[in-house]
Design a protein around this ligand. Structure first.
Ligand code: SAM
Length: 315
């Protein structure tokens, strides 16, 4: 399931920071676990993807009219998941006869495959150009440059509040920024949280389905569920929800011929969800070197969509 490089990254993360990077949970069979969760958050459920979809639909006219291209638009769906969140954008373009290609990018081949099935089912004639890549490892200007050689424009999407799952937000956003020219745009969807009511949202991270999803990489390491319990807590200092495996016994984990010990009482971070306010999210984009072209929030101020571009000149 994991490449040699990913195995090395995994062992280093466990031993160095006591963390299993969440991105590995989407690889292989893990894609199905995510698909199940995503369907629960989707259009009919009133979950965050449904809020994001209605906000997108409301403001797409503004977003798309900002792009200048007679040669069509590449919708670059970064961290595409099952592809469903991109549908409102493609629907909008399709209804107006604006030519587009769908360019999903993801670490997981299985997620890319699922996204293409979703999109091809809705838009049978669409050109799909999938790219399997890890956006934490560096910029991908080669891909962005290649797809717009025909004179089309690039609109990148980073939807589903995926930003908050990463340990180093600036690094992820810097990689995006360094992959963009000043003609490319990026739309990011992020959930906003009332930090005074954090206890109310902790239950959203509990349950069998979600434990199955975040526990995927532990199973890859042949660590059985009998030796740890899952716990969810709020880390006030880092402003993040944390999901941890708390070990109740010693266990030797094996990977790529190497083995290492996890001791009773140790805790391994399986997932984080950084919580933002409008101030922290807009400051983050500005600090990384993005200018905001458009910004919109849901009526209840629980979700933000922002369309940004690299800042060309320092002010
Ligand atoms: C939280 S899901 C969101 C999926 C989708 N955008 C949505 O809104 O439902 C995160 C997606 O990003 C992908 N992903 C996570 N980390 C990644 C990385 N470092 N490089 C590439 N893809 C990554 C996962 O495989 C998964 O498809």
């Amino acid at each position: 399931m994991l490449t040699k490089r990913q195995e090395a990254e995994l062992v280093t993360a466990v031993q160095g920071r006591g963390e299993i990077p969440l991105k590995f949970a989407y690889i292989g069979d893990g894609a199905k676990n995510w698909d199940t969760i995503a369907k629960e958050r989707s259009v009919t459920s009133g979950g965050i993807n449904s809020t994001e979809a209605s906000l997108l639909k409301r403001r797409l006219n503004d977003f798309v009219s900002t792009l200048k291209s007679d040669k069509g638009i590449n919708i670059v769906d970064i961290g595409c998941g099952n592809g469903v969140p991109a549908i409102p954008v493609l629907q909008y373009l399709s209804e107006r006869g604006i030519p587009f290609a769908y360019v999903p990018m993801d670490i997981s081949q299985e997620m890319l495959d699922l996204a293409i099935v979703t999109i091809k089912t809705r838009f049978p004639n669409v050109i799909c150009k999938p790219f399997q890549m890890d956006f934490e490892l560096g910029q991908f200007s080669d891909v962005m440059y290649e797809i717009k050689k025909d004179g089309s424009a690039n609109l990148m999407l980073f939807l589903g509040s995926t930003l908050g799952n990463h340990s180093d937000l600036s690094r992820v956003l810097t990689n995006f920024r360094d992959s963009m020219t000043s003609k490319d745009y990026l739309i990011v969807g992020v959930e906003l949280t009332n930090l005074a009511k954090i206890n109310k949202i902790i239950p959203h991270y509990e349950g069998l389905q979600i434990n199955m999803f975040v526990g995927h990489t532990l199973r890859y390491l042949h660590i059985s569920e009998g030796v740890f319990t899952c716990g969810v807590s709020w880390n006030d200092k880092l402003s993040q929800i944390e999901m941890r495996a708390n070990f109740t016994g010693d266990i030797r984990a094996e990977i790529g011929g190497d083995s290492f010990l996890i001791e009773k009482g140790e805790s391994i971070l399986l997932a984080r969800s950084i919580k933002f306010t409008e101030y922290t999210v807009t400051k983050l984009f500005s600090d990384v070197g993005f200018r905001t072209e458009l910004l919109t929030t849901s009526e209840d101020r629980g979700y933000i969509l922002t369309m940004v571009q690299p800042t060309r000149y320092s002010i």
